[in-house]
Design a protein. Structure first.
Length: 169
């Protein structure tokens, strides 16, 4: 993060966290300290849920985040997330017409793939998580996104804990 008078470096456990940090910094009046506070308080998965659910009261519980900041954060981020096609819920799924529903499901799957790609996940990781998530009874974009993020986050944690350190040998 660069300002006129200071250059600060921040490290992240995943591309997911880095993406959200940058996304949070794009909110007017929200600096790196508050962005880090939000990420450490909620994590990326919960933060997505809170923003998409417009749960301002819960967001404002993070240290350094008041009600006005939480409102501004939701207003600015919901728009950006929608531009990335993350928050689309396929109205076709509610249709009783089976062919429309299956077409809508393909669109939801494509939107999920796109959203997860933007978060930095690899195609093989996304495909595996999507396959598992599609077993869910409710196939709305939001439900499937949460399931995929949960799956990918748990794998990321397991991989980082078991991977050997670079340089030892």
């Amino acid at each position: 993060h660069v300002r006129e008078d200071i250059l600060s470096l921040y490290g992240f456990e995943s591309e997911n966290e880095k993406f959200f940090f940058r996304l949070l910094l794009s909110v007017s009046g929200l600096g790196p300290k508050t962005a880090l506070s939000l990420l450490s308080e909620f994590g990326t998965e919960t933060l997505v849920e809170l923003v998409l659910g417009k749960r301002i009261g819960e967001i404002s519980k993070a240290p350094g985040v008041g009600k006005k900041t939480a409102e501004r954060l939701v207003i600015e981020l919901v728009g950006k997330i929608e531009k990335l096609s993350w928050a689309k819920e396929s109205s076709l799924l509610a249709s009783s017409d089976q062919s429309k529903a299956s077409g809508g499901l393909m669109q939801v799957r494509e939107d999920l793939f796109s959203a997860l790609t933007h978060l930095g996940y690899l195609p093989h990781q996304i495909k595996s998580a999507l396959d598992r998530a599609m077993a869910s009874e409710e196939k709305t974009f939001e439900v499937l996104l949460k399931l995929c993020l949960k799956e990918l986050s748990s794998r990321s944690l397991n991989t980082s804990r078991t991977s050997p350190e670079v340089g030892n040998g």
